[in-house]
Ligand binder design. Structure first.
Ligand code: TYC
Length: 105
């Protein structure tokens, strides 16, 4: 650290490029106990999927272990994770829902 920084002076670097905020994937993880109907309901109610698409996504998660329910800003993704987790626990289901950042462009 230079002496000026040590004394509380801050240096800034200019950057002309702006970057879009990261998007987050909300993932559903498979488990052996959450009923298929509950997962389909979650996909239609919280992720606004049509019934048929929700069925396909649920089955893909059931067979492959995980799958994308939707892609959102960080705030919205975290809210969906909290809402779905709380609904699943209230029903006594172990459904795991997580958010992960997409790769930067
Ligand atoms: N594997 C569950 C069952 O057979 C169904 C399920 C699908 C659970 C997707 C979780 O994210 C999930 N009842």
């Amino acid at each position: 650290m230079t002496r000026r920084e040590g004394e509380g002076h801050t240096q800034t670097l200019e950057r002309t490029q702006t970057r879009r905020p990261r998007l987050y994937r909300v993932l559903l993880l498979n488990d052996d106990y959450t009923p298929m109907d509950f997962v389909v309901m979650v996909l239609t109610r919280y992720f606004r999927k049509a019934e048929h698409d929700a069925q396909l996504i649920m089955l893909a998660v059931h067979h492959k272990g995980r799958g994308v329910a939707g892609v959102y800003s960080r705030d919205v993704a975290e809210t969906k994770v909290a809402q779905v987790t709380s609904h699943a626990r209230a029903e006594g289901y172990p459904l795991q829902v997580v958010a992960e950042p997409e790769a930067e462009e």
